[in-house]
Design a protein around this ligand. Structure first.
Ligand SMILES: NC(=O)c1ccc[n+]([C@@H]2O[C@H](COP(=O)([O-])OP(=O)(O)OC[C@H]3O[C@@H](n4cnc5c(N)ncnc54)[C@H](OP(=O)(O)O)[C@@H]3O)[C@@H](O)[C@H]2O)c1
Length: 263
């Protein structure tokens, strides 16, 4: 393999990146399209001014079976097949207050957002990859799968743990058939949403620096000294999606500036 030339390494590749209108998903779309991939992305809200040209978009909610069905339909109609599936959508909307504040609905919402949306897309698109004996799937989990926080995100952490375990089993089954499946586990990443949270906390913390420190302290600190940036996660995703990572199957790559303190 010529490792020196990978500028256009995704030329001719068709990629679905879910949740590509903000945060890490947007950075991943930019990175993949920038290296030549034809990209389809998704979100619940149609972006007003999408910053990356020539990207297909389908409006869909991945927490609902009809949402993932619409995405699969768009994969066939707009991409004509698929080589790379990056399941980026995830997040938590549960209230604070610990485990007992979480209702049945909160649990189902977190499982649908952080596990079942990916399961449904994989289940529909793996057969397409099997036909060509080749494909790449990436799941975006979280360091909370090994470091669960319980104040407001216990269901999220549990769903991400399930996603990582599911990803490993899926890889065990499909690696022999040419499909490479891996997981990325980010720590605190400074997305636009994180920036807005920092702005809100700055009102009581006194400054943005103090607010950022407060957030980093809530994780036990980040040895690297700052959160990760969406572009840095996108770079990891691009590497894992590329043939440079041909021998990497069933792994989880943590990108957290050293936040997890143990091996
Ligand atoms: N940010 C962090 O510090 C951090 C840390 C660890 C792990 N993660 C994980 O990394 C991934 C990306 O996080 P992020 O912070 O970059 O996300 P983000 O900035 O909140 O962006 C989320 C993207 O997904 C879309 N989305 C959200 N819910 C959706 C749904 N139900 N159906 C379809 N699209 C949906 C959003 O658009 P719409 O709202 O318009 O649907 C948006 O495009 C997630 O899996 C998250 O759990 C994040």
């Amino acid at each position: 393999m010529n490792y020196a030339s990978f500028e256009n390494e995704f030329q001719g590749k068709r990629a679905l990146v879910t949740g590509g209108t903000q945060g890490m998903g947007l950075a991943i779309v930019k990175r993949m399209a920038g290296a030549g991939a034809t990209v389809l992305t998704t979100a619940r809200n149609v972006p007003e001014d999408y910053p990356i040209p020539n990207v297909y978009f389908v409006q869909a909610d991945v927490t609902k079976p009809e949402g993932t069905a619409a995405i699969v339909d768009a994969v066939h109609k707009k991409l004509g097949g698929i080589d790379i599936l990056i399941n980026t959508v995830g997040g938590s909307s549960s209230p604070a207050g610990g485990a007992l504040a979480l209702t049945e609905e909160h649990w189902l919402e977190e499982l649908n957002t952080n596990l079942l949306g990916s399961v449904r897309l994989d289940r529909s698109l793996i057969p397409v990859m099997l036909e060509q004996s080749k494909g790449v799937i990436i799941h975006v989990s979280s360091i909370q799968r090994t470091m669960p926080l319980y104040e407001s995100t216990l269901a999220y952490a549990a769903a991400k743990a399930a996603l990582t375990a599911y990803s490993k089993g899926l890889s065990n089954e499909f690696a022999p058939k040419g499909i490479r499946i891996n997981t990325i586990a980010p720590g605190f990443v400074q997305t636009e949403a994180a920036d807005r949270l920092i702005d809100r906390l700055a009102v009581t913390a006194g400054s943005r620096e103090a607010a950022l420190k407060q957030l980093m302290d809530s994780l036990g600190g980040i040895p690297f000294g700052r959160p990760g940036m969406p572009d840095e996660v996108a770079e990891l995703a691009a590497f894992l999606a590329s043939d440079r990572a041909a021998a990497i199957h069933g792994s989880e790559y943590v990108i957290d500036g050293g936040t997890i303190p143990t091996v």
